[in-house]
Design a protein around this ligand. Structure first.
Ligand code: DQA
Length: 149
């Protein structure tokens, strides 16, 4: 069964209670339920979260090896992790898409959030649409899976 990895970086297990005025009131479980409900038939959606850069990089290597498309919210790693940049490059240069997602629009926030070291190697970026961003990313990935047969 084709599988989409939805990978979430640090502090995103706190969704729903972490700065709800900024990130909204939906929890990561709510995000996972919405994605499961929206997944195209026959597509498994595997939602994971870690605060550990090494674990996130290992999951990206797994995605490259298993050819599983990725929806990635790198959270704060977005702004400084060159190791994550390199790992995303491993996936996308293998021809496997990585859609970078942010709940907020980091470009409209504080100075350090304006740079993403992930975007230059991601397939595309969706930012500023809250939980809908994950659903938009899954919609695109679903079409890619269909197109890839
Ligand atoms: C975020 C934006 C990042 O700047 C921040 O560090 C996060 C969440 C977002 O989804 O809007 O943790 O990736």
């Amino acid at each position: 069964m084709p599988r989409v990895l939805v990978l979430n970086g640090p502090n995103l297990q706190r969704l729903g209670t972490r700065e709800p005025d900024v990130y909204g009131t939906a929890s990561l479980d709510d995000v996972a339920s919405a994605l499961a409900a929206a997944a195209p038939g026959g597509v498994e959606v595997d939602v994971r979260q870690t605060d550990d850069e090494a674990e996130l990089i290992g999951w990206l290597h797994e995605a490259a090896d298993s050819r599983s498309p990725v929806v990635l919210n790198p959270a704060a790693f977005t702004h400084y992790s060159y190791a994550l940049h390199d790992a995303v490059r491993v996936v996308t240069t293998a021809g496997v898409p990585v859609v970078e997602v942010h709940l907020t629009n980091p470009a409209a926030r504080g100075a350090f959030r304006r740079e993403s070291v992930v975007s230059p190697v991601a397939t595309g970026v969706i930012a500023g649409f809250g939980v809908d961003g994950y659903l938009l990313a899954l919609d695109w990935v679903g079409k890619h899976l269909t197109a890839a047969g």
